[in-house]
Ligand binder design. Structure first.
Ligand SMILES: [Ca+2]
Length: 232
């Protein structure tokens, strides 16, 4: 009898628990709004912090040059106490999507590489976002990369156009696209404009194989592009 009496209440509670569990994950709107909010703060505060840091660095230098080591040390202490705005984990993880492009120097031969790229995102045949002529560091001895922040949006293809090269011989090691912290370009099908001497070692697939020590090469004296399909 007792069970019968409380059965409706129990099933109501069970029902409520079930419906709550559907919403236990954070709403996407909240994640996205927070991401935007943190990005805006970062955009505003980064230049202020950077100017202050630059001033402190020059002050430290001039004090050091005058032989005022205590003064220079005090300034260094101030520098160390500053937050690191460019690398704040929270801001990085706050739903900001990013493209990471890894350069190559032809395995240390240092005769090939990329200086500038234009990137764009596509939904089918429609371009939905782009950023043109982004500088990418190149170093004859080290692996370098560029990170490009991207607003959160739907896209199924990433296109990277190589617009300036080292010695007119371009190429890239890896292209990544981080969406919510996950690389959705990993193992993505890559189509490229051309491959240096059609070498199997330097095909477009080298761009998404997850290995920074394999690279795509463009034919000499040629600009070109790579298109990477993104996982949903
Ligand atoms: Ca690679």
């Amino acid at each position: 009898m007792l069970m019968k009496k409380y059965a409706p209440m129990a099933s109501l509670l069970l029902g409520l628990a079930a419906s709550f569990s559907c919403f236990s994950a954070e709403p996407a709107e909240l994640t996205s709004a927070r991401g935007n909010y943190q990005k805006q703060i970062k955009t505003l505060t980064d230049p202020v912090n950077a100017r202050y840091l630059a001033y402190l660095e020059s002050l430290k230098k001039s004090l050091g040059a005058k032989g005022d080591l205590d003064g220079a040390l005090a300034v260094q202490k101030e520098i160390d106490s500053l937050p690191a705005p460019a690398t704040t984990k929270a801001a990085e993880n706050a739903g900001s999507d990013k493209i990471v492009i890894w350069n190559q120097n032809n395995g240390g031969k240092a005769d090939r590489g990329t200086k500038k790229v234009s990137v764009s995102l596509w939904v089918g045949s429609r371009e939905v976002w782009n950023k043109k002529f982004v500088h990418i560091d190149w170093d004859p001895t080290k692996q370098t990369k560029v990170e490009i922040l991207v607003p959160t949006m739907t896209a199924d293809k990433l296109r990277v156009q190589v617009t300036e090269t080292v010695n007119d011989r371009g190429g890239l090691a890896e292209i990544e696209f981080f969406r919510g912290g996950r690389n959705v370009a990993a193992k993505g099908a890559a189509t490229v404009s051309a491959v240096w001497e059609n070498s199997p070692k330097h095909m477009g697939s080298m761009l998404t194989d997850g290995d920074m020590a394999t690279w795509w090469l463009l034919p000499d004296n040629q600009e070109g592009w790579a298109e990477i399909m993104l996982a949903p």
